[in-house]
Write a protein of this length. Structure first.
Length: 81
């Protein structure tokens, strides 16, 4: 016979990813003064470094050569081609 078991605490970790596996980094037209860094998956350290560089450049008014790769509108552009 098994002893009765009562669970006091439980935890779950969830993972999500974008269709192309890349994070979204940048602004959206609804919030032009907010810069988002939304990383998914297991590459958080790498993506946070990239996000930091893109956000730094945006704050300094510099164009980051890689920002388009992680932009929110990349999905719209890809689906039209």
């Amino acid at each position: 016979m098994l002893a009765p078991l009562q669970v006091d605490f439980n935890w779950a970790g969830t993972f999500a990813e974008t269709a192309d596996g890349l994070p979204f980094i940048g602004t959206v037209k609804e919030r032009p003064r907010t810069i988002f860094a939304l990383g998914f998956g297991g590459n958080g350290i790498v993506f946070s470094q990239i996000a930091g560089e893109i956000i730094r450049d945006a704050a300094l008014g510099k164009k980051n050569p890689d920002a388009h790769i992680f932009s929110f509108d990349r999905v719209d552009k890809r689906s039209k081609s």
